[in-house]
Ligand binder design. Structure first.
Ligand code: ZN
Length: 201
């Protein structure tokens, strides 16, 4: 398994609509394992493929470690792999929840979204699933499916809150926000001399 570097705001791939997966290959199986490992390494509960520089419609979710969710639910929700996910229906009831994003390090804000959704997706065996989700699961699914449609969660903020977020987003864009998980930094990797990498051994 490999930890993949996370792409951050404002890389163009994060504004791209994902391409549907047509069939599962061993390469996709490996890629999904790497996504899971990358998400867990960053203490994330969801990851979309474009956040690791891949434009296919794949997302991983794992909320099994969230205490709040455990106490509410009688069973543990296993890690999920969503291939070509789509939201089929949204509830009229909405709920406010704070969100964060591995592509927007250290930025959090409250977003209002539908409380329940009906989702259709395929698993790694290309079996179709339709399910209803609520609570944190519904929230993470909406966040990840938005990524696959090229949308950030801060796009839901009202103009005032968005203006307040501006300087934080700018710092992320400039690569000035440190993280404890690897980020995709094209400029740095180009500048880094090969000798410096070899010396580390
Ligand atoms: Zn995100």
């Amino acid at each position: 398994m490999k930890i993949l570097p996370v792409y951050t705001f404002d890389h163009p791939i994060l504004k791209q609509k994902a391409t549907p997966v047509e069939n599962i290959t061993t390469e996709i199986e490996k890629f999904v394992e790497n996504m899971m490992a990358t998400m867990h390494n960053a203490d994330g509960i969801g990851l979309a493929a474009n956040q690791v520089g891949d434009s296919r419609a794949i997302a991983t979710i794992d909320i099994s470690d969230i205490e709040e969710e455990k106490t509410k639910s009688p069973y543990k929700i296993p890690p999920l792999i969503l291939i070509n996910p789509v939201v089929l229906a949204f509830s009229d009831e909405t709920i406010e929840l704070e969100e964060g994003c591995l592509s927007l390090p250290k930025f959090r804000d409250t977003v209002t979204r539908p409380e329940k959704i009906q989702v259709r997706f395929y698993d790694v065996n290309m079996h179709e699933h339709t399910m209803e989700a609520e609570g944190l699961l519904a929230r993470v699914m909406q966040h990840e499916i938005d990524h696959l449609n090229g949308k950030y969660f801060f796009e839901y903020l009202n103009p005032i809150r968005r203006a307040m977020a501006h300087s934080k987003l700018k710092r992320i864009q400039l690569g000035h926000v440190p993280t404890d998980y690897p980020l995709y930094e094209p400029q740095k990797s180009i500048k880094k001399p090969l000798k410096a990498l070899a010396r580390k051994k």
